[in-house]
Write a protein that binds this ligand. Structure first.
Ligand SMILES: [Zn+2]
Length: 957
């Protein structure tokens, strides 16, 4: 049996071509009119691949190769006999080891008994990557990984797998559960015992789709600097560069006590970490830095641990208005009374306060505790708002919005608890502190100490904004009608819910504050605010406007029609009109690359899944989400909420869209109308290039025509499972496997006319390589024995002529054996190693793009250059790709399968993984490939007897 596998490897390797990604890439870049040498080579390779997939060809090649072996090597009769045996064995069984059918397969199979020979099950690969949905443009470590169900992956195994596969060390940071959703385990990367800033991985086992991990980590990097400075020495450097540095007090990061004055002069030491100079998607470099957080200026300062230089200095607030210069106005505090309070925006509402000595504090002692503070600039501390009679009737206090904020945060906390089973901002019911700052314009969340800040916007600022032609809303008369005449605090329910959501996101690991990740962060805050407002606003405000209590009638952002957002127009299409490029420096000058602008795309998606709608996006794609296909705003919020733990600091819109589908399939069911609507809406806003493929199961024939002969392979696809059957002169054969499985099972006829099944790894070459190493000593021993026997025979030979002949034969055998060992086997080994490598080339790499934007562009350009027609093939909308006068194919996006799904017969040939070059190349599922390959008799349903087909029972159609 070992020999069989060994020879099978030889056949596959020596007889079949290898398609390398390089060859494919070269071809893509060449001009369409010229047929280059590479293109010709490409064509030949593709042809050879088609041939290789053919079962008859495979058998033929086996025979050829075996006779070749017979001719050249291993001259002893015994070995020749072995070869013959092996050839027979391969012919009848396709290779593999024997395994009894599984219990459920026995139960479902026909009563006909199967002949089972005792032999070991192939060693189960301990960890195998089933497929990689997206490789990471900034790192060698993939962005997401799905694991074989057989591997029974858990969080601990995942850590080992990352270590083994990617040399990445992960440390658990937290584990959380979102309501009734699955459990998520979060990890952070460490290098040399120090955390790497901005890294995070999430591991989860979704009930329907299995073990899955996604995140951001880096291939271990070389050190840029040494640790020479102590924390105290680094702190001195901070003091030297910060104005008023001598007043700073070094503290350790702790959570602040409830209603205690907070020292604004504190400087929290956050420890050593590897920090990127320019966080972005280009391949980064890391320096070891001491990290400090300055409470007073909401700044993070990174000190190079070797040189003491300021490495980076940044404001960390999640500002929710693009930066506007603050100005002086309104005093902050005042006395007041009642328990039911007259809020600024929401009429009379009940709140809870805290009695302390002879006064009442604007501090709600229920879980989670909520308190609103004002900034006491004289004392340099923040104090709770207080009222002696608990009537809270002071108008000036009311104008600060503190009553609204106090009420609103409680409502939002209740919303998260009742709708999402999430307690407080961090699910730990930690205290919620909100600071009112009259000198601050906007509202923000501070991820360093988990506090909130809000200020006011004055008529002057509004007037200035309205007049500023740089703002899109500027120059228009009356766009903030009704807001004039009075300063307004950022205390509306939607603004509070927006900030609260930032804290929720942060507590699940957080995201970047710039670029697409930052825009996602803002968008999630906006859509959750819309959902919270729809659920709790007693005034029935329009949930699709943000901050319409401050900017009456329009708000600052319009989630329904982002292009009409008043403070600045937002795109409603990915990379469409009003989109702000993510390249270059992201700072407050450009809204950190448009985080409050590009968020419009996600907002529009959210609006569409809740409300349906039709239109044409900026790429001129018409879309229509019919009434009845959408989800409720509550369901949409649940979907977004459960997606948050799967995000990481480098997540972009496409990753977010993938993750929402991951969650939607679990929440609403794969192929459900709701899951489809969610996917379709991603197409409507241009994050996905194609409308969703048709759902359901598939049955079709693959007809391969070569040299005037044609043969047919029948495919049966149900969910993630696939069966392929063929008829040959030796009888019917089938192979079946699950997409997430590392193993496949072949059912073949045996000598006695019965059937037997063989389970073997999909990556057969890798498996055989290991087997080859195992059997080498045995082969050598056999050869030595053989030679020893020949020597004995020579010694015993009395006839000199016969002895000379025998000696010659021995010499020849030994020479051939030596040649095999020195040349043939190493060559074979090299080929096997090459062939067993997992090919996981990302679309970006394939299309020669190094950022998402240019990848999208590259794909559009690819289509523009090579799509020569549109039409229906077998009833499916298809595109006709013509590479040059010789090579063409028709691909459809309506069938959610890939070219590599057809390659079961040559498993492991391309390695495993989804990022196979041909899959990218085909731009869909190929229904025609020249004259050679044809998909026909397509049915969008599973065979009635699929379960029998997908079993070791001898059912073949
Ligand atoms: Zn925000």
């Amino acid at each position: 049996m070992k020999r069989t596998l060994f020879f099978l490897s030889c056949v596959l390797l020596l007889g079949l071509p290898t398609l390398s990604e390089a060859q494919l890439k070269v071809n893509r870049k060449s001009a369409p009119q010229q047929k280059t040498a590479e293109e010709k080579e490409q064509e030949e390779l593709l042809q050879k691949y088609q041939q290789a997939m053919h079962p008859d060809t495979l058998i033929k090649q086996l025979d050829l190769q075996l006779s070749e072996f017979k001719k050249q090597g291993l001259a002893t009769p015994e070995l020749i006999q072995e070869f013959e045996k092996a050839r027979e064995e391969i012919r009848k069984q396709f290779g593999g080891t024997r395994q009894p059918p599984r219990q459920e397969e026995v139960a479902e199979s026909e009563p006909e008994p199967l002949e089972i020979a005792a032999a070991p099950t192939p060693a189960q690969p301990e960890f195998e990557v089933a497929f990689d949905t997206q490789s990471n443009p900034a790192s060698e470590v993939p962005l997401s990984v799905r694991f074989y169900t057989e591997a029974a992956m858990n969080a601990a195994k995942f850590v080992k797998w990352m270590e083994k596969q990617h040399k990445v060390t992960l440390r658990v940071t937290d584990s959380l559960q979102t309501g009734d959703g699955p459990r998520y385990v979060h990890f952070q990367q460490e290098v040399d015992g120090y955390v790497v800033e901005g890294t995070r991985f999430t591991f989860t086992v979704q009930p329907k789709t299995g073990a899955f991990a996604t995140g951001m980590a880096f291939t271990p990097f070389t050190k840029k600097n040494q640790l020479k400075l102590s924390e105290a020495q680094a702190f001195q450097k901070v003091q030297a560069v910060v104005s008023g540095g001598s007043a700073l007090r070094l503290t350790k990061k702790t959570t602040t006590a409830f209603a205690e004055p907070i020292a604004l002069a504190s400087c929290q030491a956050e420890g050593l970490a590897w920090v990127q100079k320019d966080p972005g998607i280009s391949r980064p470099e890391f320096w070891l830095c001491h990290r400090f957080y300055l409470m007073k200026s909401d700044e993070k300062i990174y000190i190079n641990a070797e040189t003491g230089e300021v490495f980076r200095r940044e404001n960390t607030l999640l500002e929710c208005l693009p930066t506007i210069q603050p100005e002086q106005h309104l005093p902050a505090s005042g006395p007041g009374v009642p328990a039911r309070v007259n809020t600024l925006f929401y009429g009379v509402q009940p709140i809870a306060t805290l009695q302390k000595d002879t006064a009442f504090l604007l501090a709600d002692p229920q879980t989670p505790r909520i308190a609103v503070f004002y900034t006491d600039t004289l004392q340099g501390v923040r104090q709770p708002f207080w009222d002696k009679s608990n009537s809270w009737a002071n108008a000036a206090l009311r104008e600060t919005g503190s009553l609204d904020v106090h009420w609103a945060y409680r409502q939002v906390a209740n919303y998260y608890y009742t709708r999402h089973n999430w307690m407080g901002t961090d699910n730990l019911a930690s205290d919620i502190h909100i600071f009112y700052d009259p000198e601050y314009v906007g509202a923000s969340f501070n991820p360093n100490d988990f506090t909130f800040k809000y200020g006011v916007i004055s008529p002057t600022i509004i007037d200035n904004l309205a007049a500023d032609k740089n703002w899109l809303g500027g120059g228009r008369s009356g766009w903030m009608k009704g807001s004039l005449g009075r300063s307004k605090p950022f205390a509306s329910l939607d603004v509070c819910a927006h900030e609260f959501t930032h804290a929720v996101v942060e507590s699940m690991g957080g995201m970047n504050r710039a670029g697409e990740s930052g825009a996602l962060n803002e968008a999630i805050a906006d859509v959750m605010a819309a959902a919270a407002e729809a659920a709790i606003d007693p005034m029935g405000s329009n949930p699709w406007l943000i901050a319409e209590k401050l900017f009456i009638g329009t708000g600052i952002r319009n989630l329904a029609t982002p292009k009409s957002s008043t403070i600045q127009a937002q795109p409603d299409t990915f990379e469409g009109k009003f989109w702000i490029e993510n390249s270059g420096t992201c700072d407050s000058g450009n809204d950190r690359c448009g985080i409050h602008v590009n968020s419009g795309v996600i907002a529009r998606w959210f609006y569409l899944i809740c409300n349906g709608g039709m239109g044409t996006n900026d790429f001129n794609e018409k879309y229509s989400l019919k009434d009845g296909e959408q989800v409720s705003i509550d369901e949409a919020a649940k979907l977004v909420f459960q997606t948050i733990p799967l995000l990481h600091p480098a997540s972009d819109f496409e990753h977010f869209s993938d993750m929402t589908l991951e969650v939607a399939n679990n929440l609403f069911g794969k192929c459900s109308k709701k899951a489809r609507a969610i996917e379709y809406a991603w197409y409507a806003v241009g994050v996905r290039e194609d409308p969703p493929a048709r759902c359901g199961d598939w049955t079709f024939d693959l007809v391969i025509s070569m040299e005037g002969q044609s043969s047919t392979i029948n495919f049966f696809v149900k969910d993630e499972r696939m069966v392929m059957t063929t008829q040959s002169e030796d009888g019917p054969t089938k192979v079946y496997t699950s997409r997430h499985s590392a193993l496949m099972t072949a059912v073949v006829r045996n000598e006695e006319g019965g059937y037997e099944s063989h389970t073997l790894p999909k990556n057969i070459l890798k498996y055989n390589l290991e087997k080859m190493d195992e059997m080498m000593p045995e082969m050598e021993k056999q050869a030595e024995e053989e030679f020893a026997q020949m020597r004995r025979s020579i010694a015993a030979e009395e006839d000199p002529a016969a002895r000379a002949m025998k000696q010659k034969a021995l010499n020849q055998s030994m020479a051939e054996y030596e040649r095999m060992r020195a040349e043939t086997l190493p060559e074979m080994r090299k080929n096997m190693e090459e062939g067993s490598k997992e090919v996981n080339i990302s679309e970006s790499e394939f299309f020669g793009a190094n950022s998402r934007k240019s990848r999208r562009k590259a794909k559009r350009e690819f289509d523009k250059q090579f799509v020569k027609g549109f039409g229906e093939v077998e009833g499916y909308k298809s595109k006709h790709y013509v590479m040059n006068e010789g090579m063409d194919w028709w691909s459809t996006h309506e069938i959610p399968l890939k070219f590599s799904d057809l390659s079961l017969l040559a498993p492991g040939f391309f390695g495993s993984g989804s990022g196979l070059p041909l899959d990218h190349y085909m731009r869909g599922f190929p229904l025609r490939f020249g004259q050679m390959l044809k998909i026909t008799k397509i049915r969008n349903s599973a065979a009635a007897n699929f379960e029998q087909l997908y079993s070791s029972s001898p059912v073949f159609r």
